[in-house]
Design a protein around this ligand. Sequence first.
Ligand code: ZN
Ligand code: FE
Length: 257
Amino acid sequence: MPAIVKQFPCLSDNYGLLIHDTDTGATAAIDAPDGAPVLAALSEMGWTLTDILVTHRHFDHVQGIPALLAAFPKARVVAPAKEADKIGVRADLEVCEHDVVRVGALGARVIETPGHTIGHIVYWFESEDILFAGDTLFSIGCGRVNETPMDVMWASLQKIAALPQDTQIYCGHEYTQANARFALTIDPNNDLLKQRAIEVADLRANNHPTLPTTLELELAINPFLRADDDAIRQTLGLKTADAADVFGEIRLRKNRA
Ligand code: ZN
Ligand code: FE
């Protein structure tokens, strides 16, 4: 595999992420939560930043871009077409559904996942089996649905659910422990979830990341991908509702949790 991913904490609970193509030396930052830690990671690895791949316009994902461009003026900024004018800097490339973004010899397919923001996109490096999910999907959770109806976010998550099960998923935030606590209220008899909640508590007690995760694991334990699960429907008293409505109910409960 010619790709190496470097993940490191930024701000209070964001992750900085770099993907490096060993064949060409190209390196992309996925979002830029903060300039200094991203620059520190680049220098630690000895990598030159060539691309910045923006998932969405929120401040905790774009505020580090000017610092990165000051250090790497030739880096290309790639942003979702639907909110490229709101990321605080000029985008060099605006992308939509099905576009393929090249990072050296690597290719990332753009998947539009409206919900958290209207223009949110995720980057799927198909040949590497890696997904950068931004704030659309978290481990055992999903982003707040700020800008679309619930069924639109459900459809966005279904696009991710349809990717290969062995896809490695990197996310914008380390929220897994709180997500697991909530998920157990929705899916209390899920043995795999119970087991993972214990592992996650242990990882966090030692300040270790719980990410990346895999799609296979998330399909088994993430209630936001499991709105059509019979046990979950039963727990919620929504046996005959649409999956999108079940999803909406889970998301509303999480907002209040
Ligand atoms: Zn966000
Ligand atoms: Fe965020």
